[in-house]
Design a protein around this ligand. Structure first.
Ligand code: HSE
Length: 313
């Protein structure tokens, strides 16, 4: 147990799926994130004092809150001789497709773990944070939790005993992200998906995932470009994102290595070489400028960093 009274942790946003790795592949977006402060108190149990920032209207009942549920999972496993109070500062808009629920859950367990003397390694923290993600989307998926926790581009294999692999991102590649200011519920974007996949789509999708990962390991940009296509999920979800097909083809014409939906949407992302990123960004933002939709945009690298303690006292 540490002598600290409180710890504050920052957990970055993330892009889930990365087109071809539905529920298993994601990368961290350090440009924005959630900040969670956990304070040691005498009264046993877990409480949420407040949720502030860009998404203040969230439940403060720990069981109904992603960060609360994650912190409860850690608390119940460790049974510390104190209670924990949490303050959540949301930097990631709700329903943006940028891993906001995951970041809050990750921030909570990283802050609490530091406060309680680092009893758990990151692999165990992942399993606690996953419990929080289930509150938001109704299912255990790790493609936002893992990159937010570990940083960079991350593949996660398994749910009960998740194995995490940080993948190399070829030198000079950037992620271009556009977030239109619309709300899209992950739970609904999952509920709409067909439960079956045809054999030919299965072959195509697995080839693309394998091609993408081998391209990352071998710096083969043409392999990445050829593989960067989700033939299963994106064709079903693009109806939720008006104009998506046009954005994707404009981004590809501008030199993107690939362009797809960020998580469940409505944010969109592309990969491009740094030299082509400005043209890709211009192509991706054009429809939102045309139809007057407010949006945010980022061009970021994907160097691994991940969630971390930013202050304590
Ligand atoms: N993999 C999840 C999905 C991410 O696409 O539903 C949700 O943020």
């Amino acid at each position: 147990m540490s002598a600290l009274r409180w710890v504050r942790a920052f957990a970055p946003a993330s892009v889930g799926n990365v087109a071809i790795g539905f529920d298993i592949l994601g990368f961290a977006v350090e440009a924005l994130g959630d900040t969670v402060t956990v304070t040691r108190v005498e009264q046993p149990g877990v409480r949420i004092c407040a949720v502030r920032g860009v998404a203040g209207d969230l439940p403060t009942d720990p069981k109904a809150n992603t960060a609360g549920r994650a912190l409860l999972a850690l608390y119940e496993a460790l049974e510390p001789d104190c209670g924990l109070e949490m303050l959540i500062d949301k930097g990631i808009p709700l329903g943006s497709g940028l891993g906001g629920s995951a970041a809050s859950a990750v921030g909570a367990v990283v802050a609490a773990n530091a406060l309680l003397g680092e009893p758990y390694d990151r692999a165990r923290l992942l399993t606690f944070a996953m419990q929080g993600e289930a509150v938001a989307s109704g299912s255990l998926h790790v493609d936002n939790i893992s990159p937010s926790l570990f940083g960079g581009l991350v593949l996660t294999v398994g749910i009960d005993q998740p194995r995490v692999k940080q993948l190399p991102v070829p030198e000079g590649v950037r992620a271009v992200i556009v977030h239109p200011h619309r709300f899209l519920a992950t739970r609904e974007a999952r509920a709409m998906l067909r439960r079956e996949v045809t054999l030919s789509d299965f072959v195509w999708q697995t080839a693309n995932l394998a091609g993408f990962i081998s391209g990352c390991y071998t710096n083969d940009l043409e392999m990445i470009r050829a593989s960067f296509e989700d033939v299963v999920i994106e064709p079903q979800r693009q109806a939720l994102i008006p104009g998506f097909a046009a954005v994707r083809s404009a981004a590809m014409a501008a030199g993107a290595l690939g362009c797809s939906i960020s998580g469940a949407g409505p944010s969109l992302f592309a990969w491009a070489l740094a030299t082509q990123a400005p043209a890709v960004l211009a192509a991706m933002r054009a429809p939102f400028i045309r139809d007057g939709t407010a949006f945010d945009e980022w061009v970021v690298d994907m160097h691994p960093r991940g969630a971390r303690v930013v202050a304590s006292g």
